[in-house]
Write a protein that binds this ligand. Sequence first.
Ligand code: ADP
Ligand code: ZN
Length: 610
Amino acid sequence: MNKNKIFKWALPFIFLAVSLSFLFFYQRSKIEEMTYYEFLEKVESNQVEEVILNSNPKMKVRLKEGSDKIYVTDNPRNPELKEFLLKQQIQVVEDDSATFSNILRGVFMIGIFFAFLRYMSKNFGQQSAKDMMNIQTSALPGPNKTYSFNDVADNEEAKEEVKDIIDFLKKPEKYIKYGARMPRGIIFYGPPGTGKTLMAKAIAGEAGVPFFSVSGSDFVQMYVGVGASRIRSLFEKARKAGKALIFIDEIDALGKKRAASVTGGNDERDQTLNALLTEMSGFKENEGIIVIAATNRLDVLDEALLRPGRFDRQVEIALPDVKGREEILRLHGKNKPLSDEVDFSKLAKQTVYFSGAMLENLLNEAAIMAANRNAKAISLKDIDKAFYKIIAGSEKKDRSNILEKDREITAFHEAGHALVTKLIAPGHTVSKVTIIPSTKGAGGFSMNIPPDKMYHTKKDMEVQIMISLAGRAAEELIFGEDNITTGASNDIEKATQIIRDYVVKYGMSKSLGLLNIDVLFNNQSQAFSEEALIKECSKHMERLYKETRNLIIEHKYYLNQIAKGLLYKESLSEEDLDDIMEDKFSISDSVNEKEDLLPMVKCNRVVEAR
Ligand code: ADP
Ligand code: ZN
């Protein structure tokens, strides 16, 4: 510890000691006790100048001699005392400012105490001191910098989904007029560092309302009742501000599904969660307060949180695809001197699976390295070094290899789903196909929305099963039977559910006939029915899988094209898909001619071998 540090440590203690002793001696040096008997004697002997009466059990006495000294003695609180003293020609002051000065002193003491705590927590980050502060101050409005959508690159879908919220925060009256009820809570879910907090701040900034934030993890291990009272004071502050956006980070720390354990739940967490739900249902319609919570995992949240009138809108904030990464890099590179060799579109391709925070960090680390070298600009080498620093821990060669393989498998798997959808279900909406993993599942997913219908035909159900099986079928065709992956587990689950209903509920399987198997066996599983059921279901599944595979083989060219598009763009829109199917899609502008088109070659080989 150097001198400076010792001084820094000692300073608050010296300050505290000085202020306390000042208060102590101020009282002790000027004030002295005297008995009531002594007081009466002094009155008799005409030594008393003034008596200060107030509601305290003690009264103050000033003598004619040494009048800067004050004596205190018992106050008999006898209404006749005043008259008696006045008759002795003693000044009587009825003064409640004495208590006032006590209050002042108290306030002063508390002030010093908190100044001390604050100093401690600021300088030394001491958790305990910080906690005490937190309990008092709950959430403070966030930093003064206001954000706007210009600070958030990419995330277009999320921006679109919160547009009406911004308008509502700006003009709640408008919505009142139409009797509309706006959501009170929104959940942002997605991997860490994808800009959920940033997005919430930007919404507050765009709407021009104050931003209040807390984190669910702050509430972990608090004393019972403290969390709930912090929640209440947070909402109170927001209400006082009029309109406001309340942001709760890591809501899962607070609102995890309650485990049905014998030992009972976590009382503190439940109380805090209940306080939150009560506050949320407490604010008036259209008050202009909105709560946004963030989590990495939507599936672990307590359903109570997701009910209408609570967090009834869920917005995914996903990892950026290659285009998104380029935009984020450009945004954070704007105020940095970069050498000409730095090519953001290339860098975006090399940073697969990077979050926005990682990209920001990448450029920041590179800038620090350039500054350390006193270089004019950030070079490609700085960026390379920063890159390996960020993905440190994993061996670079192996890792990038695995990533590339993963990407290929995912691309063909998703291409399988997309291709079969386009071929046999032209009425379905494929809003997006991507190989960027989402929190909903490993690998990518294609959003495949069947048209709304009252009845589903036998054909509809078979189509849905074929779409589900197409991912696995594509994997098998391209990479071989031994290399199929676990990536299809969700698909198989979905397909199995449908085929079960097909056979058991709807009597669509000819050989079992028009029977509801559950009713037939009185909802009790029987060895016989199980065996027959498995046989029947797998027979249909087998048939549909074969059909799916043949379909893909027949259109292998398009499978290749979609997979190729996915490998280069990482996500494809419905228009992109249509363009591919109509041979209008060109990836030449995003593909460097010299770059290896290995997946294409491999695909041809394997498919043709069959
Ligand atoms: P999350 O709350 O999802 O964990 P944050 O909002 O805390 O992520 O993001 C951390 C930082 O990463 C941001 O402050 C910003 O610098 C950067 N960042 C993340 N996503 C984006 C984005 N879409 N555009 C610009 N910067 C981003
Ligand atoms: Zn799949």
